[in-house]
Ligand binder design. Structure first.
Ligand code: HEC
Length: 138
């Protein structure tokens, strides 16, 4: 005879590794996706191509010496960048700096600061998700 609790318990145990396997970056992307969808019901997922444009385009809407993300992060996502003050920045490509994007508070802090420096405003959840999707594939 099967015990009534056995099946749900087994299902929970089987699902546990999946829940544990989701990285902080995956969780953060899921939160940005939910926020993007809330703001735009037509939102159909993040785009690495849009993320690349956001990263490389010279907006020049923020500080004069940083028209683009690449002004500090450099033209090559797998190469080091440099701040206007000359401080070296580790590559932003996840493959080149595997420790990146593991701390949601750090990611948010720098999005806020850097988007203001380049775009003169905060990035939207969709822009953040696009940019992170691009970097995760680099
Ligand atoms: C004024 C220089 C500068 C500009 C311009 C800049 N960044 Fe950064 N960025 C930094 C520095 C410095 C750090 C923190 C050091 C580090 O993470 O290596 C950083 C870190 C980040 C992080 C956090 C990385 C992590 O490991 O969690 C994100 C996300 C980020 N930048 C996104 C952007 C985006 C998007 C743009 C363009 C809209 C941009 N940055 C433009 C200097 C800059």
């Amino acid at each position: 005879m099967t015990k009534p609790l056995a099946t749900p318990l087994l299902a929970a145990l089987l699902l546990l590794p999946l829940a544990v396997a989701a990285s902080p970056l995956d969780d953060q992307l899921a939160r940005y996706a939910a926020a993007a969808k809330a703001g735009d019901p037509g939102f159909a997922g993040f785009s690495a191509a849009r993320g690349k444009t956001l990263h490389t385009q010279a907006f020049a809407l923020g500080k004069p010496d940083t028209p683009a993300c690449t002004s500090c992060h450099g033209p090559d996502t797998r190469g080091a960048g440099k701040t206007p003050a000359g401080k070296t920045i580790e590559p932003v490509a996840l493959s080149a700096t595997p420790g990146r994007y593991a701390d949601p508070a750090k990611v948010e802090k720098w999005f806020k600061r850097n988007c203001n420096e380049v775009l003169g405003r905060e990035c939207t959840p969709r822009e953040k998700g696009d940019w992170l999707t691009f970097m995760a594939g680099q």
